[in-house]
Design a protein around this ligand. Sequence first.
Ligand SMILES: Nc1ncnc2c1ncn2[C@@H]1O[C@H](COP(=O)(O)OP(=O)(O)O[C@H]2O[C@H](CO)[C@@H](O)[C@H](O)[C@H]2O)[C@@H](O)[C@H]1O
Length: 512
Amino acid sequence: MSHAAVQTHLPQEQGLAIPFSTIRPHLQVRTVQENKKKILFVTSELTDLVKTGGLGDVSAALPRALREFHDVRVLLPGYRQVLESGQTIRVVGTLPGHAALPPCRIGRIDLDDGLIVYVLLSPELYDRDGTPYGDEHGQDWPDNHIRFARLGLAAAHVAAGSACISWRPDLLHAHDWPAALAPAYLRWRGIATPSVFTIHNLAYQGLLSPQCCPELDIPRGACRMEGMEFHGKLSFLKAGIAYADRITTVSATYAREITTEAFGCGLEGFLRAKAERGLLSGIRNGIDESWHPESDPHLLQGFSASDWHGKAVHAEYVRHHFDLEASAGPLFVVVSRLVRQKGLDLTHDVAGTIVRAGGQLAVIGRGEPVEEERMRGLAGRFPGRIGVRVGFEETLARRMFAGSDFLLMPSRYEPCGLSQMYAQRFGSLPIAHRTGGLADSIEDGVTGFLFERPCVESYREAVERALKVFALPSLFHAMRRSAMTVPCYWRQTVHPYLHLYRQLLESRHEQA
Ligand SMILES: Nc1ncnc2c1ncn2[C@@H]1O[C@H](COP(=O)(O)OP(=O)(O)O[C@H]2O[C@H](CO)[C@@H](O)[C@H](O)[C@H]2O)[C@@H](O)[C@H]1O
Protein backbone atom coordinates (compact mmCIF):
# COMPACT_ATOMS: atom_id res chain seq x y z
CA MET A 1 0.00 0.00 0.00
CA SER A 2 1.48 3.30 -1.05
CA HIS A 3 1.48 6.23 1.35
CA ALA A 4 2.99 8.62 -1.17
CA ALA A 5 -0.53 9.73 -1.95
CA VAL A 6 0.15 13.36 -2.71
CA GLN A 7 -2.12 14.79 -5.36
CA THR A 8 -2.34 18.25 -6.75
CA HIS A 9 -5.69 17.61 -8.39
CA LEU A 10 -8.55 15.20 -8.06
CA PRO A 11 -8.14 11.98 -10.02
CA GLN A 12 -9.53 11.58 -13.50
CA GLU A 13 -12.84 9.81 -13.13
CA GLN A 14 -15.02 8.94 -16.05
CA GLY A 15 -18.33 10.79 -16.08
CA LEU A 16 -20.78 8.24 -17.50
CA ALA A 17 -24.28 9.62 -17.27
CA ILE A 18 -26.92 7.56 -15.48
CA PRO A 19 -30.61 8.17 -15.97
CA PHE A 20 -31.44 9.94 -12.71
CA SER A 21 -28.57 12.38 -12.87
CA THR A 22 -27.81 15.56 -14.67
CA ILE A 23 -24.22 16.04 -15.70
CA ARG A 24 -22.15 18.34 -13.54
CA PRO A 25 -18.88 20.03 -14.47
CA HIS A 26 -16.32 17.24 -14.56
CA LEU A 27 -13.54 18.04 -12.20
CA GLN A 28 -12.92 20.60 -9.56
CA VAL A 29 -9.23 21.42 -9.23
CA ARG A 30 -8.18 21.62 -5.65
CA THR A 31 -4.80 21.77 -3.96
CA VAL A 32 -4.26 18.95 -1.52
CA GLN A 33 -1.66 19.53 1.16
CA GLU A 34 1.27 17.13 1.17
CA ASN A 35 0.68 15.59 4.54
CA LYS A 36 -2.99 14.94 3.94
CA LYS A 37 -3.91 11.27 3.86
CA LYS A 38 -6.78 9.76 1.96
CA ILE A 39 -9.42 8.28 4.22
CA LEU A 40 -12.51 6.35 3.21
CA PHE A 41 -15.50 6.44 5.57
CA VAL A 42 -17.77 3.44 5.07
CA THR A 43 -21.23 3.95 6.51
CA SER A 44 -24.90 3.11 6.04
CA GLU A 45 -26.22 6.63 6.82
CA LEU A 46 -25.23 10.19 5.99
CA THR A 47 -27.53 12.92 7.29
CA ASP A 48 -27.31 14.97 4.07
CA LEU A 49 -28.94 12.09 2.18
CA VAL A 50 -30.42 9.53 4.58
CA LYS A 51 -30.69 9.46 8.39
CA THR A 52 -32.41 7.27 10.97
CA GLY A 53 -30.41 8.41 13.99
CA GLY A 54 -27.07 9.50 15.38
CA LEU A 55 -24.93 7.43 12.99
CA GLY A 56 -26.06 9.65 10.10
CA ASP A 57 -25.07 12.79 11.99
CA VAL A 58 -21.60 11.51 12.90
CA SER A 59 -20.98 10.18 9.38
CA ALA A 60 -21.78 13.64 8.01
CA ALA A 61 -20.07 15.84 10.58
CA LEU A 62 -16.86 13.96 11.38
CA PRO A 63 -15.51 13.82 7.78
CA ARG A 64 -16.15 17.55 7.51
CA ALA A 65 -14.22 18.23 10.71
CA LEU A 66 -11.38 16.01 9.46
CA ARG A 67 -11.22 17.56 6.00
CA GLU A 68 -8.96 20.35 7.19
CA PHE A 69 -6.37 17.68 7.90
CA HIS A 70 -7.13 14.83 5.47
CA ASP A 71 -8.86 14.04 2.18
CA VAL A 72 -11.90 12.22 3.58
CA ARG A 73 -14.56 10.70 1.34
CA VAL A 74 -17.62 8.64 2.19
CA LEU A 75 -18.94 5.38 0.71
CA LEU A 76 -22.71 4.88 1.12
CA PRO A 77 -25.31 2.50 -0.39
CA GLY A 78 -27.43 4.07 -3.12
CA TYR A 79 -30.80 3.85 -1.37
CA ARG A 80 -33.89 5.29 -3.00
CA GLN A 81 -33.59 8.39 -0.76
CA VAL A 82 -30.10 8.98 -2.17
CA LEU A 83 -31.18 8.45 -5.78
CA GLU A 84 -34.11 10.81 -5.29
CA SER A 85 -32.18 13.43 -3.33
CA GLY A 86 -31.83 15.67 -6.37
CA GLN A 87 -28.04 15.42 -6.17
CA THR A 88 -26.13 14.83 -9.40
CA ILE A 89 -24.63 11.35 -9.44
CA ARG A 90 -21.88 10.51 -11.93
CA VAL A 91 -20.86 6.90 -12.45
CA VAL A 92 -17.14 6.66 -11.80
CA GLY A 93 -16.49 2.97 -11.23
CA THR A 94 -17.76 -0.55 -11.64
CA LEU A 95 -17.42 -3.69 -9.57
CA PRO A 96 -17.90 -7.29 -10.70
CA GLY A 97 -20.29 -9.61 -8.94
CA HIS A 98 -18.87 -12.08 -6.47
CA ALA A 99 -20.52 -15.18 -4.95
CA ALA A 100 -24.11 -14.00 -4.23
CA LEU A 101 -23.13 -10.33 -4.32
CA PRO A 102 -24.34 -8.76 -7.57
CA PRO A 103 -22.18 -6.54 -9.77
CA CYS A 104 -22.66 -2.85 -9.13
CA ARG A 105 -21.52 0.58 -10.16
CA ILE A 106 -20.05 3.35 -8.08
CA GLY A 107 -21.48 6.84 -8.42
CA ARG A 108 -20.03 10.05 -7.12
CA ILE A 109 -21.85 12.97 -5.53
CA ASP A 110 -20.06 16.23 -4.83
CA LEU A 111 -22.06 17.86 -2.06
CA ASP A 112 -22.34 21.64 -2.05
CA ASP A 113 -19.53 22.15 0.43
CA GLY A 114 -17.21 19.83 -1.52
CA LEU A 115 -17.64 16.62 0.52
CA ILE A 116 -17.31 13.73 -1.92
CA VAL A 117 -19.66 10.79 -1.47
CA TYR A 118 -19.25 7.54 -3.38
CA VAL A 119 -22.60 5.84 -3.81
CA LEU A 120 -22.92 2.11 -4.36
CA LEU A 121 -25.40 1.70 -7.20
CA SER A 122 -27.26 -1.59 -7.15
CA PRO A 123 -30.99 -1.01 -7.68
CA GLU A 124 -31.86 -4.62 -6.83
CA LEU A 125 -30.28 -4.21 -3.38
CA TYR A 126 -30.96 -0.62 -2.43
CA ASP A 127 -33.63 1.06 -4.56
CA ARG A 128 -36.63 0.35 -2.30
CA ASP A 129 -39.13 2.20 -0.13
CA GLY A 130 -38.51 2.07 3.62
CA THR A 131 -35.46 2.77 5.77
CA PRO A 132 -31.89 1.66 5.10
CA TYR A 133 -32.54 -1.43 7.20
CA GLY A 134 -36.14 -2.47 6.68
CA ASP A 135 -39.54 -1.92 5.15
CA GLU A 136 -42.10 0.68 6.16
CA HIS A 137 -43.49 -1.66 8.86
CA GLY A 138 -40.10 -1.86 10.58
CA GLN A 139 -39.41 -5.39 9.31
CA ASP A 140 -35.70 -5.95 8.53
CA TRP A 141 -34.94 -6.67 4.88
CA PRO A 142 -34.36 -10.44 4.57
CA ASP A 143 -31.32 -9.85 2.34
CA ASN A 144 -29.57 -7.39 4.66
CA HIS A 145 -26.56 -9.71 4.86
CA ILE A 146 -26.15 -9.45 1.07
CA ARG A 147 -26.85 -5.71 1.00
CA PHE A 148 -24.25 -4.85 3.61
CA ALA A 149 -21.70 -7.47 2.61
CA ARG A 150 -21.88 -5.79 -0.81
CA LEU A 151 -21.02 -2.51 0.92
CA GLY A 152 -18.07 -4.09 2.77
CA LEU A 153 -16.66 -5.79 -0.29
CA ALA A 154 -17.01 -2.63 -2.39
CA ALA A 155 -15.04 -0.73 0.25
CA ALA A 156 -12.29 -3.36 0.12
CA HIS A 157 -12.18 -3.06 -3.67
CA VAL A 158 -11.88 0.72 -3.45
CA ALA A 159 -9.06 0.26 -0.93
CA ALA A 160 -7.32 -2.23 -3.21
CA GLY A 161 -7.56 0.17 -6.13
CA SER A 162 -9.62 -2.31 -8.13
CA ALA A 163 -12.91 -0.41 -8.32
CA CYS A 164 -11.89 1.54 -11.44
CA ILE A 165 -11.71 4.70 -9.31
CA SER A 166 -8.33 6.39 -9.44
CA TRP A 167 -8.60 7.41 -5.79
CA ARG A 168 -7.25 4.90 -3.33
CA PRO A 169 -7.49 5.44 0.43
CA ASP A 170 -4.51 5.22 2.79
CA LEU A 171 -6.88 4.24 5.61
CA LEU A 172 -10.40 2.86 5.85
CA HIS A 173 -12.78 3.84 8.66
CA ALA A 174 -15.91 1.68 8.95
CA HIS A 175 -18.94 2.45 11.13
CA ASP A 176 -21.26 0.02 12.90
CA TRP A 177 -22.35 -3.46 11.81
CA PRO A 178 -23.53 -2.57 8.28
CA ALA A 179 -19.97 -1.52 7.36
CA ALA A 180 -18.22 -4.07 9.55
CA LEU A 181 -17.29 -6.52 6.79
CA ALA A 182 -15.10 -3.86 5.15
CA PRO A 183 -12.13 -4.44 7.51
CA ALA A 184 -12.84 -8.19 7.36
CA TYR A 185 -12.65 -8.36 3.55
CA LEU A 186 -9.43 -6.33 3.69
CA ARG A 187 -7.92 -8.96 5.97
CA TRP A 188 -9.31 -11.97 4.11
CA ARG A 189 -8.00 -10.65 0.81
CA GLY A 190 -4.57 -9.61 2.08
CA ILE A 191 -5.14 -5.90 1.36
CA ALA A 192 -2.76 -3.97 3.59
CA THR A 193 -4.84 -0.80 4.00
CA PRO A 194 -5.08 -0.12 7.76
CA SER A 195 -8.58 0.04 9.19
CA VAL A 196 -10.51 1.56 12.08
CA PHE A 197 -13.88 0.22 13.14
CA THR A 198 -16.16 2.43 15.24
CA ILE A 199 -18.95 0.93 17.35
CA HIS A 200 -21.85 3.36 17.62
CA ASN A 201 -24.13 0.82 19.26
CA LEU A 202 -23.01 -2.65 20.32
CA ALA A 203 -26.57 -3.96 20.58
CA TYR A 204 -27.10 -4.04 16.82
CA GLN A 205 -24.90 -6.87 15.60
CA GLY A 206 -26.05 -8.04 12.18
CA LEU A 207 -26.36 -11.77 12.90
CA LEU A 208 -26.61 -14.39 10.19
CA SER A 209 -26.51 -18.13 9.77
CA PRO A 210 -23.13 -19.79 9.08
CA GLN A 211 -24.83 -21.33 6.04
CA CYS A 212 -24.57 -17.90 4.39
CA CYS A 213 -20.76 -18.13 4.25
CA PRO A 214 -20.54 -19.21 0.60
CA GLU A 215 -22.97 -16.46 -0.45
CA LEU A 216 -20.72 -13.82 1.04
CA ASP A 217 -17.43 -15.62 0.39
CA ILE A 218 -16.58 -15.69 4.07
CA PRO A 219 -13.58 -17.98 4.56
CA ARG A 220 -14.10 -21.07 6.69
CA GLY A 221 -11.42 -19.90 9.13
CA ALA A 222 -13.52 -16.85 10.02
CA CYS A 223 -16.24 -19.02 11.55
CA ARG A 224 -14.36 -19.44 14.81
CA MET A 225 -14.44 -17.81 18.22
CA GLU A 226 -11.44 -15.63 17.30
CA GLY A 227 -13.24 -14.61 14.11
CA MET A 228 -16.90 -13.71 13.63
CA GLU A 229 -18.59 -16.73 15.22
CA PHE A 230 -21.13 -15.75 17.88
CA HIS A 231 -23.11 -18.45 19.72
CA GLY A 232 -23.50 -20.63 16.65
CA LYS A 233 -24.21 -17.68 14.36
CA LEU A 234 -22.02 -15.20 12.54
CA SER A 235 -21.90 -11.58 13.59
CA PHE A 236 -21.04 -8.72 11.24
CA LEU A 237 -20.21 -6.54 14.24
CA LYS A 238 -17.85 -9.11 15.69
CA ALA A 239 -16.09 -9.34 12.32
CA GLY A 240 -15.40 -5.61 12.50
CA ILE A 241 -13.98 -6.02 16.00
CA ALA A 242 -11.96 -9.09 15.04
CA TYR A 243 -10.37 -7.80 11.85
CA ALA A 244 -10.00 -4.02 12.15
CA ASP A 245 -6.60 -2.77 13.28
CA ARG A 246 -8.14 -0.44 15.85
CA ILE A 247 -11.59 -0.38 17.42
CA THR A 248 -13.14 2.76 18.80
CA THR A 249 -16.44 3.55 20.36
CA VAL A 250 -18.08 6.89 20.89
CA SER A 251 -17.30 7.75 24.53
CA ALA A 252 -14.71 6.80 27.11
CA THR A 253 -17.31 5.54 29.59
CA TYR A 254 -19.01 3.32 27.00
CA ALA A 255 -15.59 1.95 26.01
CA ARG A 256 -15.20 0.76 29.60
CA GLU A 257 -18.82 -0.36 29.97
CA ILE A 258 -18.73 -2.68 26.95
CA THR A 259 -15.99 -4.72 28.54
CA THR A 260 -18.43 -5.66 31.33
CA GLU A 261 -21.18 -8.27 31.34
CA ALA A 262 -23.90 -5.68 31.94
CA PHE A 263 -23.20 -3.77 28.71
CA GLY A 264 -21.10 -6.15 26.59
CA CYS A 265 -23.98 -7.92 24.79
CA GLY A 266 -22.01 -11.18 25.06
CA LEU A 267 -18.91 -9.66 23.46
CA GLU A 268 -17.38 -8.33 26.70
CA GLY A 269 -14.61 -10.95 26.87
CA PHE A 270 -13.65 -10.41 23.25
CA LEU A 271 -13.62 -6.64 23.75
CA ARG A 272 -11.70 -6.90 27.02
CA ALA A 273 -8.95 -8.81 25.22
CA LYS A 274 -8.77 -6.01 22.61
CA ALA A 275 -8.70 -3.35 25.34
CA GLU A 276 -5.87 -5.15 27.15
CA ARG A 277 -3.81 -4.99 23.95
CA GLY A 278 -4.49 -1.26 23.63
CA LEU A 279 -6.64 -1.75 20.53
CA LEU A 280 -9.96 -0.43 21.90
CA SER A 281 -10.49 3.21 22.81
CA GLY A 282 -13.35 5.61 23.46
CA ILE A 283 -13.48 8.90 21.55
CA ARG A 284 -16.44 11.06 22.41
CA ASN A 285 -18.60 12.33 19.55
CA GLY A 286 -18.83 15.98 18.76
CA ILE A 287 -21.64 17.81 16.99
CA ASP A 288 -21.90 19.70 13.73
CA GLU A 289 -21.41 23.47 13.62
CA SER A 290 -24.92 23.90 12.21
CA TRP A 291 -26.22 23.43 15.76
CA HIS A 292 -25.82 27.09 16.60
CA PRO A 293 -28.69 28.91 18.36
CA GLU A 294 -27.91 32.22 16.68
CA SER A 295 -27.61 30.99 13.10
CA ASP A 296 -29.30 27.60 12.64
CA PRO A 297 -31.40 28.08 9.49
CA HIS A 298 -34.01 25.62 10.80
CA LEU A 299 -34.94 28.05 13.58
CA LEU A 300 -37.64 30.69 13.36
CA GLN A 301 -35.47 33.20 15.13
CA GLY A 302 -31.96 33.06 16.58
CA PHE A 303 -31.24 33.53 20.27
CA SER A 304 -28.35 33.57 22.70
CA ALA A 305 -27.58 33.54 26.41
CA SER A 306 -27.94 37.32 26.42
CA ASP A 307 -31.19 37.38 24.43
CA TRP A 308 -33.74 34.67 25.20
CA HIS A 309 -36.53 36.12 23.09
CA GLY A 310 -36.02 33.63 20.23
CA LYS A 311 -36.21 30.79 22.74
CA ALA A 312 -39.62 31.97 23.92
CA VAL A 313 -40.78 32.14 20.28
CA HIS A 314 -39.87 28.46 19.88
CA ALA A 315 -41.56 27.47 23.14
CA GLU A 316 -44.77 28.99 21.82
CA TYR A 317 -44.28 27.25 18.47
CA VAL A 318 -43.83 23.85 20.16
CA ARG A 319 -46.90 24.35 22.38
CA HIS A 320 -48.95 25.27 19.36
CA HIS A 321 -47.61 22.40 17.27
CA PHE A 322 -48.33 19.79 19.94
CA ASP A 323 -51.73 21.19 20.96
CA LEU A 324 -50.50 22.16 24.41
CA GLU A 325 -52.23 24.81 26.51
CA ALA A 326 -50.63 28.23 26.98
CA SER A 327 -48.45 27.98 30.08
CA ALA A 328 -45.58 29.62 31.94
CA GLY A 329 -44.53 26.25 33.37
CA PRO A 330 -41.50 24.21 32.30
CA LEU A 331 -41.52 22.59 28.87
CA PHE A 332 -39.94 19.14 28.65
CA VAL A 333 -39.18 17.38 25.36
CA VAL A 334 -38.19 13.96 24.08
CA VAL A 335 -36.48 13.71 20.65
CA SER A 336 -35.59 10.09 20.21
CA ARG A 337 -35.75 6.86 18.33
CA LEU A 338 -38.57 5.05 20.13
CA VAL A 339 -36.75 1.88 21.17
CA ARG A 340 -36.27 0.12 24.49
CA GLN A 341 -32.70 1.44 24.83
CA LYS A 342 -34.05 4.96 25.26
CA GLY A 343 -36.10 4.23 28.42
CA LEU A 344 -39.44 5.58 27.17
CA ASP A 345 -41.25 3.30 29.62
CA LEU A 346 -39.54 5.22 32.43
CA THR A 347 -40.60 8.56 30.96
CA HIS A 348 -44.12 7.17 30.72
CA ASP A 349 -44.02 6.56 34.48
CA VAL A 350 -42.61 9.95 35.53
CA ALA A 351 -44.87 11.95 33.21
CA GLY A 352 -47.48 12.31 35.97
CA THR A 353 -44.90 14.03 38.20
CA ILE A 354 -44.15 16.55 35.45
CA VAL A 355 -47.80 17.33 34.76
CA ARG A 356 -48.73 17.63 38.46
CA ALA A 357 -45.92 20.18 38.89
CA GLY A 358 -47.38 22.33 36.09
CA GLY A 359 -45.01 21.07 33.42
CA GLN A 360 -45.72 19.99 29.86
CA LEU A 361 -44.13 17.41 27.60
CA ALA A 362 -43.73 17.23 23.81
CA VAL A 363 -42.45 14.00 22.26
CA ILE A 364 -41.26 13.31 18.73
CA GLY A 365 -40.03 9.86 17.80
CA ARG A 366 -40.34 6.87 15.59
CA GLY A 367 -39.42 3.25 16.22
CA GLU A 368 -40.83 0.08 17.73
CA PRO A 369 -44.65 -0.12 17.47
CA VAL A 370 -45.02 -0.93 21.19
CA GLU A 371 -43.07 2.20 22.19
CA GLU A 372 -44.98 4.35 19.70
CA GLU A 373 -48.26 3.08 21.16
CA ARG A 374 -47.06 3.73 24.71
CA MET A 375 -46.28 7.35 23.84
CA ARG A 376 -49.60 7.88 22.04
CA GLY A 377 -51.36 6.54 25.13
CA LEU A 378 -49.58 9.12 27.25
CA ALA A 379 -50.83 11.98 25.10
CA GLY A 380 -54.34 10.57 25.41
CA ARG A 381 -54.08 10.58 29.22
CA PHE A 382 -52.97 14.22 29.53
CA PRO A 383 -54.53 16.26 26.71
CA GLY A 384 -53.21 19.82 26.59
CA ARG A 385 -50.30 18.86 28.82
CA ILE A 386 -48.57 16.13 26.79
CA GLY A 387 -48.34 16.02 23.00
CA VAL A 388 -46.85 13.21 20.92
CA ARG A 389 -45.91 13.07 17.27
CA VAL A 390 -44.82 9.78 15.71
CA GLY A 391 -42.49 10.58 12.83
CA PHE A 392 -39.07 11.86 11.92
CA GLU A 393 -38.78 15.61 11.34
CA GLU A 394 -35.43 17.31 11.54
CA THR A 395 -36.70 20.91 11.53
CA LEU A 396 -39.32 20.27 14.19
CA ALA A 397 -36.73 18.43 16.32
CA ARG A 398 -34.37 21.39 16.19
CA ARG A 399 -37.17 23.79 17.15
CA MET A 400 -38.04 21.51 20.07
CA PHE A 401 -34.47 21.65 21.38
CA ALA A 402 -34.63 25.43 20.94
CA GLY A 403 -38.01 25.92 22.62
CA SER A 404 -37.67 23.55 25.58
CA ASP A 405 -36.41 23.98 29.10
CA PHE A 406 -35.47 20.33 29.63
CA LEU A 407 -34.68 17.27 27.49
CA LEU A 408 -35.52 13.84 28.92
CA MET A 409 -32.98 11.11 28.13
CA PRO A 410 -33.33 8.19 30.56
CA SER A 411 -31.47 5.78 28.25
CA ARG A 412 -30.70 2.37 29.75
CA TYR A 413 -27.37 2.63 27.97
CA GLU A 414 -26.10 5.33 25.66
CA PRO A 415 -22.87 4.90 23.69
CA CYS A 416 -22.54 8.66 23.38
CA GLY A 417 -25.82 10.41 22.62
CA LEU A 418 -26.02 13.52 20.51
CA SER A 419 -29.42 14.84 21.55
CA GLN A 420 -28.17 15.90 24.99
CA MET A 421 -25.43 17.97 23.33
CA TYR A 422 -27.88 19.52 20.86
CA ALA A 423 -30.13 20.39 23.79
CA GLN A 424 -27.29 21.92 25.80
CA ARG A 425 -26.22 24.01 22.82
CA PHE A 426 -29.78 25.34 22.58
CA GLY A 427 -30.08 26.11 26.29
CA SER A 428 -32.25 23.11 27.20
CA LEU A 429 -30.98 21.15 30.19
CA PRO A 430 -30.76 17.37 29.75
CA ILE A 431 -32.08 15.07 32.48
CA ALA A 432 -30.32 11.78 31.87
CA HIS A 433 -29.20 8.45 33.28
CA ARG A 434 -25.52 8.47 34.28
CA THR A 435 -24.29 6.05 31.63
CA GLY A 436 -21.99 6.05 28.57
CA GLY A 437 -21.58 9.37 26.83
CA LEU A 438 -24.33 10.96 28.93
CA ALA A 439 -22.08 10.60 31.98
CA ASP A 440 -19.19 12.10 29.99
CA SER A 441 -21.03 15.10 28.54
CA ILE A 442 -23.30 16.26 31.39
CA GLU A 443 -22.05 17.75 34.63
CA ASP A 444 -24.72 17.06 37.23
CA GLY A 445 -26.21 20.26 38.64
CA VAL A 446 -24.09 22.41 36.28
CA THR A 447 -24.94 21.59 32.66
CA GLY A 448 -27.85 19.21 33.27
CA PHE A 449 -29.10 16.57 35.71
CA LEU A 450 -27.91 12.98 36.05
CA PHE A 451 -29.52 10.11 37.91
CA GLU A 452 -27.75 6.95 38.98
CA ARG A 453 -30.07 4.02 38.24
CA PRO A 454 -32.37 3.41 35.26
CA CYS A 455 -35.49 3.17 37.42
CA VAL A 456 -38.47 5.42 38.04
CA GLU A 457 -37.47 6.45 41.61
CA SER A 458 -34.00 7.60 40.64
CA TYR A 459 -35.31 9.36 37.50
CA ARG A 460 -38.13 11.08 39.40
CA GLU A 461 -35.68 12.44 41.94
CA ALA A 462 -33.71 14.12 39.10
CA VAL A 463 -36.90 15.53 37.55
CA GLU A 464 -37.86 16.99 40.96
CA ARG A 465 -34.43 18.61 41.28
CA ALA A 466 -34.87 20.11 37.81
CA LEU A 467 -38.29 21.48 38.77
CA LYS A 468 -36.78 23.16 41.85
CA VAL A 469 -34.08 24.78 39.72
CA PHE A 470 -36.70 25.99 37.23
CA ALA A 471 -38.39 27.80 40.12
CA LEU A 472 -35.15 29.73 40.79
CA PRO A 473 -34.67 31.78 37.59
CA SER A 474 -31.15 33.03 38.33
CA LEU A 475 -29.87 29.53 38.99
CA PHE A 476 -31.78 28.14 36.01
CA HIS A 477 -30.32 30.75 33.65
CA ALA A 478 -26.82 30.20 35.04
CA MET A 479 -27.13 26.48 34.32
CA ARG A 480 -28.41 27.20 30.83
CA ARG A 481 -25.50 29.50 30.15
CA SER A 482 -23.03 26.83 31.34
CA ALA A 483 -24.68 24.20 29.15
CA MET A 484 -24.53 26.46 26.08
CA THR A 485 -20.79 26.96 26.39
CA VAL A 486 -19.70 23.31 26.82
CA PRO A 487 -17.09 22.66 24.08
CA CYS A 488 -18.86 20.12 21.94
CA TYR A 489 -18.22 20.94 18.28
CA TRP A 490 -16.22 18.39 16.31
CA ARG A 491 -13.49 20.94 15.63
CA GLN A 492 -12.97 21.08 19.41
CA THR A 493 -13.00 17.29 19.83
CA VAL A 494 -11.58 15.76 16.63
CA HIS A 495 -7.94 15.50 17.73
CA PRO A 496 -8.04 11.99 19.22
CA TYR A 497 -9.06 10.67 15.78
CA LEU A 498 -6.17 12.52 14.14
CA HIS A 499 -3.82 10.99 16.69
CA LEU A 500 -5.22 7.51 16.14
CA TYR A 501 -4.93 7.75 12.34
CA ARG A 502 -1.35 9.03 12.63
CA GLN A 503 -0.36 6.19 14.98
CA LEU A 504 -1.90 3.59 12.74
CA LEU A 505 -0.41 4.95 9.52
CA GLU A 506 3.03 5.27 11.10
CA SER A 507 3.02 1.75 12.50
CA ARG A 508 1.88 0.37 9.13
CA HIS A 509 4.64 2.35 7.43
CA GLU A 510 7.25 0.92 9.82
CA GLN A 511 5.98 -2.63 9.25
CA ALA A 512 6.20 -2.09 5.49
N1 LIG B 1 -38.17 11.47 15.43
C1 LIG B 1 -37.09 12.21 15.20
N2 LIG B 1 -37.18 13.31 14.45
C2 LIG B 1 -36.08 14.07 14.22
N3 LIG B 1 -34.85 13.78 14.70
C3 LIG B 1 -34.74 12.68 15.46
C4 LIG B 1 -35.83 11.85 15.75
N4 LIG B 1 -35.41 10.82 16.52
C5 LIG B 1 -34.10 11.01 16.71
N5 LIG B 1 -33.68 12.13 16.07
C6 LIG B 1 -32.33 12.63 15.98
O1 LIG B 1 -31.49 11.50 15.75
C7 LIG B 1 -30.30 11.65 16.46
C8 LIG B 1 -30.20 10.62 17.55
O2 LIG B 1 -28.92 10.55 17.90
P1 LIG B 1 -28.43 9.88 19.26
O3 LIG B 1 -26.95 9.93 19.24
O4 LIG B 1 -29.02 10.64 20.39
O5 LIG B 1 -28.99 8.40 19.24
P2 LIG B 1 -28.90 7.06 18.32
O6 LIG B 1 -29.31 6.02 19.26
O7 LIG B 1 -29.68 7.21 17.08
O8 LIG B 1 -27.38 6.90 17.90
C9 LIG B 1 -26.36 5.89 18.14
O9 LIG B 1 -25.18 6.43 17.50
C10 LIG B 1 -24.85 7.71 17.99
C11 LIG B 1 -23.70 8.23 17.15
O10 LIG B 1 -22.47 7.69 17.53
C12 LIG B 1 -24.54 7.66 19.47
O11 LIG B 1 -24.33 8.98 19.91
C13 LIG B 1 -25.69 7.02 20.24
O12 LIG B 1 -25.36 6.89 21.59
C14 LIG B 1 -26.04 5.68 19.62
O13 LIG B 1 -27.13 5.06 20.30
C15 LIG B 1 -30.31 13.04 16.98
O14 LIG B 1 -29.82 13.87 15.97
C16 LIG B 1 -31.79 13.31 17.21
O15 LIG B 1 -32.06 14.66 17.24
